[in-house]
Design a protein around this ligand. Structure first.
Ligand code: FAD
Ligand code: NAP
Length: 548
């Protein structure tokens, strides 16, 4: 280890406007990045738009918000001490518990002094002569840095649909991704929820228990598997902690960043086994709960007929749960294959529609016409409401990046560069934007994985890269246009071999009117992806140009 690596400096030791690195965002990605940069002895500062750290887990405080990756896996692996000392109380941690955990990590590594809260980065411009980025914020800060690292999140740009009349609504309304921190009392109120994605599916059962009446406005029904959340089994915790390193190794080498128990069938086609065998396999996964369902057979993600056996299993479960057959049918997804929109995990979602105080409004038959002062007006009726919840999703993967005026060589704008869809090499860097990194950017496994595994991999790759540049006296790294094009072709080819392009999902940009229809994440799996990133680094950062 060289001297500069041994002597961490903090931003406060440097002139306030002259940094080695600016990190944008202080969620799981930005915080770990800051920690690694400190370890490299670099002067780094993070800017965070929120008034607190935590990213997703700071913003999304809606009733029922929790993880759907098991707590023992959805946690940092970089510190053996932290993973041993932290105790998760439930199989799937709640938003509040994850936020406590993130704050614990930030305090343990004393990260807060280098984070500027309530400060949004609005522009960042590369100065080709100085070889530095100038970063500007909405508070008037203007700092320069050699490197700029975007840890802005894939699901951080909340989206309210453009429904006419919202400004006339006399009641209260919120987006799930910007939920009031003081909490809201829904007891005895007439509540409407627009949307039936993962956020809504978590919130609806909890809101239904509090509200006088809940109206659920559904445009597209989703597939949801029971989460089977429960207090964390102490035996499971002991087993994991006895050899946490092995569990993490397996997760890193896996497809999705977490490992589900291996079964005989998971390497086979769903169509290669007898219907009774298939049903038993699905039942076992359903009983176990959680997102591992899609690993029941090898071809659920690539073969429509195989997928339909699983989709029909779900629809049968919905029919068996929901007493009103018309409501059950309206809740049954038929327009996209299972898993091509992110699978949801719930705690009593379908059962909620048996409650007398819950009404499903099928927007396929009666679309929303407007929001009025009293509530939601569809082509069928007006629904008077006191409170309206937008569980309407995010401008995913590119929204937070495009919100910043990012300008690279010759003033080229990232927004313009991505006008036809995002392009990046490894999801890490964009040609013509030297020394600018994106953590879990488009073209990387990111949202198709246990995201903390992908975040750690990117942070560590970037930190190693910066150490390499410094050790070899390079001042800049940049993706080549050829490497970027070849990588995007690879991402597209893999995506096209799956069923994902068949759905109007946010993976495809289809939830945002006018957004280019491009399958944005890399579907080859986190293990294979990591291997490629490591090989590229080992080959002297092949596909990148390094300049002295
Ligand atoms: P974020 O947590 O989104 O943090 C990015 C931060 O950057 C935000 O705080 C934002 O305010 C800030 N920011 C953005 N732009 C700017 C700017 N211009 N200036 C300053 N600050 C800026 N993933 C899973 O793997 N498993 C799950 O179970 C899971 N559950 C989820 C539940 C919800 C409700 C949501 C919305 C997402 C969930 N995710 C889940 C995905 C989740 O986003 C990631 O797991 C992870 O938290 C992302 O961390 P991050 O630091 O990359 O981004
Ligand atoms: P989402 O999956 O994009 O769902 C948004 C919902 O709003 C969809 O049902 C959508 O319908 C609906 N909608 C949007 N605009 C509408 C309009 N104009 N009229 C009617 N309905 C409209 O968003 P999300 O639920 O917030 O989840 C986003 C992602 O965050 C998830 O996929 C997941 O990755 C993550 N997340 C995870 C968890 C978890 O369980 N851990 C919880 C929440 C979120 P259409 O489908 O018809 O567009």
């Amino acid at each position: 280890m060289s001297d500069w690596q041994r002597q961490p400096v903090t931003a406060s030791a440097r002139p306030a406007n002259d940094l080695d690195v600016v990190v944008v965002g202080a969620g799981l990605a930005g915080l770990y990045m800051l920690h690694r940069l400190r370890g490299l002895g670099l002067a780094a500062r993070a800017y965070e738009a929120g008034r607190g750290i935590g990213g997703t887990w700071y913003w999304n405080r809606y009733p029922g918000a929790r993880c759907d990756i098991e707590s023992l896996d959805y946690s940092y692996s970089f510190s053996e001490a932290v993973q041993q000392e932290w105790h998760w109380t439930e199989r799937y941690a709640s938003q509040a518990e994850i936020l406590r955990y993130i704050e614990h990590v930030a305090d343990r590594f004393d990260l807060r002094p280098d984070i500027r809260l309530a400060t949004r980065v609005i522009a960042t411009t590369f100065d080709e002569v100085a070889g530095r980025w100038t970063v500007e914020t909405d508070r008037g800060d203007r700092v320069t840095a050699q490197y700029c690292i975007m840890a802005t999140g894939c699901l951080s740009a909340a989206r309210i649909p453009a429904i006419p009349g919202l400004e006339t609504f006399a009641g209260r309304w919120w987006h799930t991704g910007a939920w009031p921190h003081e909490g809201v009392t829904l007891t005895g109120r007439r509540v409407g929820v627009i949307g039936t994605g993962s956020s809504a599916i978590q919130a609806i059962p909890v809101i239904a228990r509090r509200a006088a009446h809940l109206h659920v406005f559904q445009r597209t029904p989703n597939f949801s598997v029971p989460a089977r959340n429960a207090p964390l089994d102490p035996a499971d915790e002991r087993r994991a902690k006895a050899d946490y390193a092995a569990r993490r190794r397996e997760a890193r080498a896996s497809r999705a960043g977490f490992v589900t128990p291996a079964t005989e069938q998971m390497e086979r086609s769903a169509l290669a086994v007898a219907p009774a065998v298939r049903r038993r396999a699905y039942e076992a996964r359903w009983e176990r709960g959680g997102l591992g369902f899609t690993s029941a057979f090898a071809d659920l993600g690539s073969d429509l007929a195989a997928n339909d056996t699983a989709a029909e299993f779900f629809r049968a479960k919905i029919r068996a749960t929901v007493r009103d057959p018309l409501v059950a049918e309206a809740l049954s997804p038929r327009d996209h294959p299972l898993g091509t929109k992110r699978l949801c995990a719930d705690s009593g979602y379908y059962e909620t529609f048996n409650r007398p105080n819950v009404t499903l409004i099928d927007l396929r038959t009666t679309p929303i016409a407007a929001i009025t002062s009293r509530g939601v007006l569809t082509s069928g009726a007006e629904y008077p409401l006191d409170d309206l919840v937008f569980a309407s999703g995010f401008d995913a993967m590119t929204g937070a990046l495009r919100a910043i005026d990012i300008r690279g060589r010759a003033g080229v704008s990232l927004r313009e560069r991505w006008a036809d869809g995002p392009r990046a090499y490894l999801g890490l860097m964009v040609a013509d934007f030297p020394n600018l990194f994106t953590i879990t950017g488009p073209g990387s496994p990111s949202v198709l994985s246990n995201m903390i595994v992908s975040i750690e991999q990117h942070v560590e790759w970037i930190a190693d890269c910066l150490a390499h540049l410094r050790a070899h006296r390079f001042r800049a790294i940049e993706a080549s246009a050829e490497a970027e094009a070849a990588w995007m072709a690879h991402v597209e080819e893999l995506g096209n071999a799956t069923l994902y392009p068949l759905a109007n999902s946010w993976y495809m940009g289809a939830n945002i009117p006018g957004k280019p229809r491009v399958f944005m994440p890399y579907v080859g799996g986190v293990g294979a992806y990591r291997q490629q990133c490591d090989d590229i680094a080992a080959r002297g950062y092949a596909g990148f140009s390094l300049t002295a």
